[in-house]
Write a protein that binds this ligand. Structure first.
Ligand code: ADP
Ligand code: MG
Length: 602
């Protein structure tokens, strides 16, 4: 039998390094966090070779006194907490006292530091955790830590490193994440001597100050398409920026979550985001968000992950609910706002046709009006001749359009003037025009109305003349029948029909004529993923999406002006009507000013 013995410090540090120092970006994170904790107002980071060859983090913080330098590099040594109670009242980024010894154990490491009280600076060098004596050096007040040849003594870890480019990307991400939460500290990041991040210090309100940093990192597109949201209850305060549903991305990478200014990746928080946007985005699209959650340190445990990237909330459901409802409220209040990128996309689609240059160049040189007049007169003759040939019905339609404009042009969604391609409603507004995707809009309207009916417990049912019998596996029959009462509240009446079939007696009236079999089979799929104790009502959005998808399809349906105006008026009253259930916009707006630009009138 093998003997049990205490691991040497160096070995213990290396084991800890396995968790704390996953890659170069983890080193940068720990060192920058230490600089923030040291009260620095200026933090400069330099990297070479993806951070594997060289990382240097220099700050102008309070430094480390000479007698404590060795201590700072020993395991479980920290200036940030003293007793167990402190662990539940953490106001610093660090507290575990593990980073420096871990990093030093897997690199060629040097630390220079200079406190205000001491006359000169001190330098400690170490290789793979073996320290050399501390010697005097030159440095302004603050601390400079250099990490060379990271993982030189742990080749297995080195093998896992990605390309320098990938590592650089991770490092940049770490620096920016921290910088976003600390606008009053200036940050720079140099890669091989080239500055890739530069944030000067800001003054003023936190939220507004974050904006320039966000804009330079996430792009102006984000800041122009984001809402400021805010919410609080007795224990938690939430502030942040969330993108309009029409501004979304393929991955959840651009979600920046902070708990007490600490960047975290937390499943609960991400779940709350998902839930807030659930019926506004397709499942494979993600909003871009930057959220700051401030919570009493006693109500959150940050000591659950060695790199402190995850947290555990004392009252998770409260946090979840606050995030969800605050975002939801913000989105609903702005539900009529379509992201500007959508409008930009639309506009760029309205390209001016490339017309042949006009022959009589002399005309152009003489007077620009002369160009316009022949074309203008042509327009009039065409219009006149058209009117003369137009059947009487068209005149009636013109009158209807005039009426429509007279009544509705001042409304938000404007006055319907035409339907094109059997699919799009064109409306005239006071300041421009709107094109509505009637199918997407209708889907949204059905969905919201249905949801209202369910919440008010007055779902209209459409009884089937002949009950529809649907065959399925016995376990699926059981699943459905167990939920029969709940399903009835959604307008779907079902009964068991033998061991392997059910019969459907009614469907939700709002969905119109639907394929009941397909609907029920889709519902079975949803129920499969649902835990027994979860009610359908708690999943109402997901569940409704499934059902609303079966609602009557309205693309390629001819609408008259009254139908169109009715849809526009409903859209004005319906929350979230600017996008369909899958996050696609339901309409685009073209301001007259932009139209004028297209025609060179501005
Ligand atoms: P922790 O941050 O969890 O306390 P570290 O190993 O990261 O543990 O650092 C150990 C200690 O060294 C810190 O508690 C702090 O007192 C000191 N220290 C580390 N970096 C700096 C710095 N840049 N400026 C001043 N003190 C520092
Ligand atoms: Mg630390």
């Amino acid at each position: 039998m093998k003997q049990i013995h205490q691991l040497s410090d160096n070995l213990a540090n290396r084991i800890a390094a396995g968790e704390v120092v996953e890659r170069p970006a983890s080193v940068v994170k720990e060192l920058v966090e230490n600089a923030i904790d040291a009260g620095a107002t200026k933090i400069n980071v330099n990297i070479v070779g993806g951070g594997l060859k060289h990382i240097c983090v220099q700050d102008n913080g309070h430094g480390i006194p000479q007698q404590q330098i060795a201590l700072a590099l020993s395991r479980h040594a920290t200036s940030k907490i003293k007793c167990v109670e402190d662990l539940f009242n953490i106001h610093t980024m660090g507290f575990r006292g593990e980073a420096l010894p871990s990093i030093a154990s897997v690199s060629r490491f040097s630390l220079s530091t200079h406190t205000k009280k001491e006359d000169n600076a001190w330098l400690l060098k170490s290789e793979g955790g073996k320290h050399q004596p501390i010697i005097p050096t030159a440095l302004a007040q603050g601390t400079k830590i250099e990490v060379n040849d990271l993982f030189f003594n742990t080749p297995a870890r080195l093998k896992f490193m990605k390309t320098n480019n990938t590592e650089n990307q991770h490092i940049k991400d770490v620096v920016v994440r921290l910088a976003i939460a600390h606008p009053y500290i200036s940050f720079s990041l140099l890669n091989e001597g080239k500055e890739i991040v530069h944030f000067g210090t800001a003054q003023g309100e936190l939220m507004e100050d974050t904006l320039p940093r966000l804009a330079s990192f996430l792009g102006r597109g984000f800041t122009e398409n984001a809402l400021i949201i805010e919410g609080s209850n007795e224990n938690i305060h939430l502030k942040g920026f969330v993108s309009l549903p029409t501004y979304n991305t393929k991955t959840a990478r651009q979600q920046y979550l902070y708990v007490n200014n600490r960047p975290v990746k937390d499943k609960l928080l991400m779940g709350a985001l998902k839930s807030a946007y659930h019926d506004l985005l397709a499942t494979n699209r993600h909003p871009v968000v930057v959220l700051f959650l401030n919570i009493n340190p006693a109500d959150v445990d940050i000591n659950v992950h060695p790199a402190k990237a995850e947290v555990r909330f004392k009252n998770g459901s409260q946090v979840f609910a606050l995030i969800r409802s605050s975002i939801r409220k913000g989105l609903e209040e702005s539900s009529q706002v379509v992201s500007s990128t959508t409008a930009d996309k639309a506009l760029s689609g309205f390209k001016t046709p490339e017309y042949a240059p006009i022959q009589q160049t002399s005309f152009i040189a003489n007077s620009s009006q002369t160009i316009a007049s022949p074309r203008h007169s042509l327009d009039i003759t065409t219009a006149e001749s058209m009117q003369m040939q137009a059947p009487p019905k068209a005149r009636a339609f013109d009158e209807q359009v005039d009426k429509s404009i007279q009544y509705f042009v001042a409304k938000k969604m404007g006055a319907a003037v035409a339907q094109i391609h059997g699919t799009y409603i064109v409306s005239q507004t006071e300041n421009g025009m709107i094109v509505v995707d009637q199918h997407a809009a209708h889907e949204r309207l059905v969905y919201e109305k249905f949801k209202q009916q369910i919440l008010n417990n007055n779902v209209e049912k459409q009884a089937l003349l002949i009950p529809e019998i649907i065959e399925m596996q016995q376990c699926d029959v059981d699943r459905l029948i167990k939920r029969a009462d709940e399903l009835a509240k959604f307008g779907l009446d079902i009964e068991q029909f033998g061991l392997t079939a059910i019969s459907v007696r009614s469907t939700p009236a709002i969905l119109g004529e639907i394929n009941a079999k397909q609907l029920v089979l889709d519902i079975v799929e949803d129920l499969r993923d649902l835990k027994k104790e979860t009610t359908l009502n708690s999943k109402i959005e997901e569940f409704l999406s499934t059902m609303a998808c079966h609602g009557s399809i309205r693309a390629n349906r001819k609408l008259n002006l009254d139908d169109m105006n009715a849809i526009l008026r409903q859209m004005e009253e319906t929350p979230n009507s600017a996008q369909c259930n899958h996050g696609r916009p339901t309409y685009v707006e073209l301001p007259i000013a932009e139209i004028e630009k297209l025609f060179g009138r501005r």
